[in-house]
Design a protein around this ligand. Structure first.
Ligand code: NAD
Ligand code: TYD
Length: 348
């Protein structure tokens, strides 16, 4: 059967890289991008492939059950890669219900649409793209493994953990073929500037304060977004159904060290005096319930499917800074409108 793959959240950060990869790499597949275009979804991210014959866009909300069913019927969807979500921890703290609606109810709606549309569940795959945050917070030692017990600590991670459980429940109860991957923090072009790295690059350029939560001691494991998309490609095609795969960069950084590094890189690229932007670093009130450390053991994915990160962090972060400095217009566009109010309230 010719593949017709529904990628949800394809106008967002990771989804747009995945859509571009699949549309270009698999001209025989039909790729349908379903996205409701929230503040985080931007079709500008997909300009380079929007005219391709094997690409289609459907503006549908995960909460619109009928709309989902129609998309499955219209495009004879054979497989799903589900990324659409509310994705920002700080927003989940101020509005948890929005995360329950999209991440939990939206995922169940999508599972139902797939179950209804796929008369025989064999031969179809429902791939859920999830986060390492479902495992909770680590102290100084150890790594998250696929067998680590779920222990979500924020409304965001609780909603993603819940959606993971629903995906597994549909596999167990109805025999749906599913796979889940849990990835560490991504960085790269097209990330909405509410997240640490693009927010800091943008603020450094505009000589605005760089808000570092608490003492900046929290640790994240960073992976270049195209490496994440490549991992999803490998798991989608070669992963074992029913399995979970952890994806990570083996690349842990304290927040303060990342922010300091970004100051150095931007100063160098903009010809500013050494140390100039570091003066913008401002320690602010810590995030409520702030997870101390995330760190992924991605050994299973490497051993079983041969994937490992291709890009060194030093190279990836230079590319990322270059992209944001060259795409001021993109930043202006995405931070106008609805987001502006949020930005003003939280960061000014
Ligand atoms: P993003 O916020 O950049 O994009 C989310 C996309 O989903 C947007 O295009 C938005 O319009 C769409 N969307 C939101 N609500 C919707 C709804 N109700 N109906 C239809 N579309 C809707 O997110 P991202 O950073 O690209 O993350 C994508 C996925 O990867 C998420 O599931 C996230 O949990 C997961 N993930 C992200 C990271 C990360 O570092 N960003 C790491 C691991 C896993
Ligand atoms: P973020 O990019 O929001 O991703 P996540 O919370 O999913 O890990 O934040 C990354 C880290 O940076 C996290 O420890 C919170 C911290 N942070 C700041 O210190 N200042 C900021 O302005 C933001 C957005 C995040």
């Amino acid at each position: 059967m010719k593949k017709s793959i529904l990628i949800t959240g394809g106008a967002g950060f990771i989804g747009s890289h995945l859509v571009k990869l699949f549309v270009n790499k698999y001209p025989d597949y039909t790729i349908v991008n379903l996205d409701s275009l929230t503040y985080a979804g931007n079709l500008e991210n997909l300009k380079e492939i929007e005219e391709k014959d094997n690409y289609h866009f459907e503006k549908v909300d995960l909460l619109d059950e009928k709309g989902l069913e129609e998309v499955f019927k219209k495009h004879q969807i054979t497989d799903v890669v589900h990324l659409a979500a509310e994705s920002h921890v700080d927003r989940s703290i101020s509005d948890p219900l929005a995360f329950v609606k999209t991440n939990v109810i939206g995922t169940v709606n999508l599972l139902n649409a797939a179950k209804t549309s796929w008369k025989k569940l064999d031969g179809h795959l429902f791939y859920h793209v999830s986060t390492d945050e479902v495992y909770g917070s680590l102290d100084d030692g150890g790594f998250f493994l696929e067998t680590t017990a779920y222990d979500p600590q924020s409304p965001y991670s609780a909603s993603k953990a819940s959606s993971d459980h629903f995906v597994r429940a549909y596999a167990n109860t109805y025999g749906m073929k599913t796979v889940i991957s849990n990835c560490s923090n991504n960085y790269g072009p097209n990330q909405f500037p509410e997240k640490l790295i693009p927010l800091c690059i943008n603020n450094i350029r505009n000589r605005k304060a760089l808000p570092v939560y608490g003492k900046g001691e929290n640790v994240r494991d960073w992976l270049y977004v195209e490496d994440h998309a490549a991992a999803i490609d490998v798991i989608f095609h070669n992963g074992t159904t029913g399995e979970t795969y952890n994806i990570g960069g083996w690349n842990e950084w304290k927040n303060i060290d990342i922010v300091t590094l970004l100051c150095e890189i931007v100063d160098r690229k903009l010809g500013r005096e050494e140390g100039e932007s570091a003066k913008l670093i401002t320690f602010v009130k810590d995030r409520a319930g702030h997870d101390l450390r995330y760190a992924i053991d991605a050994g299973k994915l490497e051993k079983e499917l041969g994937w490992k990160p291709s890009l060194q962090f030093e190279e990836g972060i230079e590319k990322t800074v270059d992209w944001y400095l060259a795409n001021e217009e993109w930043l202006k566009n995405v931070t106008s409108g609805e987001y502006q109010k949020y930005y003003d309230e939280y960061y000014e």
